[in-house]
Design a protein around this ligand. Sequence first.
Ligand code: GLY
Length: 416
Amino acid sequence: MRKINYLLLLAFVLTGCNFSQSPFGKIKDDLTRENLEFADQQLRYAFEAIDAAHEAKGSTPEELPSPRNIQPDGSLRMVRARDWTSGFFPGNLWYMYELTGDEFWQSQAMKHTEYLESLKSYRGTHDLGFMLFDSYGNGLRLASVPGYQDVLLEGAESLASRFNPVAGVIRSWDHNSDKWQFPVIIDNMMNLEFLFWASKVSGDPKYRDIAVTHANTTLENHFRPDHSSFHVVDYDVAGDGSAIQFHTHQGYSHESAWARGQAWGLYGFVACYRETGDTRYLDQAEAIARFILSHPNLPGDKVPYWDFDAPDIPNAPRDVSAATITASALYELSETGVEQGEYYREMADLIIQNVAKNYRAGLHEQHGFLTVSSTGHLPAGSEIDVPIVYADYYFIESLVRRERLANGLPVEPTDW
Ligand code: GLY
């Protein structure tokens, strides 16, 4: 039987199962408590902003279930389930439940998770890890909701259907077929945790084998000698499956280091080390961390510009999402027993302290987003220096990880 999440259990024990008086009083980590107080008010406000957006657009929550970002005209952009970011908002609500134990957050999280059920059979993207594992996955882990495991297992099968055994990778995108045969983006490393989980639960090693093969192929082809990564690698699946093009899509140039891509790679390889114990993944994660943290273009507050090679640094937009993803990954890396562990912890703390101090949204402003100044796709002119939902997700995840560490718990629970 699945074990109850330790942090949630601890929260219940410490508060005598009564959250009505002070849901935050027992949070040990000061920074987490202070930001949780903010998030509690801000995410309640987000529900009002979401209702207002539907009223203005004449849409329904079923059609556009999840908030994504703020548009240039100041409006809240709601997206359909098939948008790659749809799982982050329910994920934020599950993390609120994890930190507070408050059933209000569980019921909101369930509602927003279940709008996404149809994704289980969607085979048109590699992003199913983001979409389903952050929503249904967190829900299953924290509340063992009946039916969630079945949705996840079907979703993992859909993701696995995109694996090509000749190239040894999962296909990322189906768009731009005139440009790429079989595009694989570094972001795809983030969807492997979902496959590791599917093998553990189903007993079928297929998903894990696909994840390991994808990670190994990425290790071989996605990195430059300085350990920065390309964004898109194209594979010749009509031929021998070799890597044939090394491009960018969201970065400044094919040769540049797109900030969020470096963060995805770091997080993905730390997670692969956790799941396999293979030290090649740990070495790669450390090499990426070194690249990011020692880069001359990384600002003093450790919140990167959107691309480490952006031509207009220091006037280039920042990407807070790259910072929060990096911080969350560094918390896990700091606990792997590596020599530099303390340094990684200090850097993660510095990032989260700076985001909390200088990049937090105003209370009851910015449609209920928690953070500002993320950059989604600058070359397309979209999502530049705005609040974006996945920056918030990795911000709250970092707070959850800090609180776990404060309670002497592993950064990431693996026992469910
Ligand atoms: N995975 C898409 C992005 O990071 O923008």
